[in-house]
Design a protein around this ligand. Sequence first.
Ligand SMILES: *Cc1c(COP(=O)(O)O)cnc(C)c1O
Length: 398
Amino acid sequence: MPGYEFWGEAEKKHVNDVLETGILMRYGFDGARKGIWKSKELENAITKTFGCKYVQLTSSGTAALTTAMAALGIGAGDEVIMPSFTFVASFEAVLSTGAIPVLVDVDETLTLNPTAVKNAITPKTKCIMPVHMCGSMANLDALQTICKEHNLLLLEDACQSIGATYKGKHLGTIGNAGTFSFDFVKTITCAEGGAVLTNDENVYTFCDGFTDHGHDHKGIDRGADLHPFLGYNFRISELHAAVGLAQIEKLDTFLAIQRKNHARLKNILAQVPAVSFREIPDPSGDSCTFLSWFLPTENNTKAFVEEMKAQGILEGNFYWYANNWHYIKQWQHLKEVKSLYNLHAEQKNALQKLQTQNFSASDAIMSRCISTSISLLWTDEQIDEKGNKMVAAIKKSL
Ligand SMILES: *Cc1c(COP(=O)(O)O)cnc(C)c1O
């Protein structure tokens, strides 16, 4: 997830264009902005690059998820099925709309297990939300089939998988809507920012209004805009969009380097028969931001982590099972409903049930999984050295 590794002159130039006019907001000030519309330009670049009809930029990926759910009509009492392995933003966004996050097991794709999804469907289910974790994808054919059978919405959280594809289509453009994050550690960054992608004009129109207090954006006078529905302020600024414009121009370069470095590291680890790799529904579409792999047992994996820590070389290797941000096991704040404000009873009940829900199938996968982040800056020699040290630590842990 390396956009920040390639900060340079192009980012400075686009930001300077905005600083020259001093118009930091994306709407209005038509004369003073002298033709500089970075947010609009970035939206055009996103539709072209990823092959979708419409895109709405937002202030973050979390805001993009909230916006997408609002635009899809997901709200109070609706159940949204999502994976036990994700980033906290996924359930934060569900809760913010009044909906209920229903967490289910992942499989060796590290994303939703389609059978677990099927088993979780109730009359209140409205949406399936796969999260394409760590640069690669969920089994979208299987999930789309379930959505069709049960008349459910498909919302793709592609925040971590910008540039990855499934059967030739970009992740984020396949469901009813999809989201990207441009936060500081994502594949391309705006510092902070996000986007909702969709091919549905109505969904787009709702996103456009929702992110700007419900403004209909039909006239040239903001003050005279009508408000056909309620909204919030989830706008991106021109400064952030300017950074994103420079970054999106480099996306192909980022992906090519990631894929090359990923393949080199994978070849080294593959020499150890005890190492297996994440299942990838469409291997040619992996964006290769991470190499995710398994050891045979939880004890082996913990021993590997301890050995790497002892040598001071663990950095860049993520053991999500013990991580506070990405896996159900450590989400005490969610399971104990530590909300600053009162949630409605249905939401509280659903969250408390997570304390006793059986996630042993997810545990059996996540407790053996390490994701190694792929840097754009590595030389081949550095990859070989890193890989060989990892192999030595793996052998010691077996
Ligand atoms: C980063 C991320 C988000 C949220 O993005 P922010 O821009 O940080 O709000 C949502 N989902 C996933 C899977 C993410 O990795």
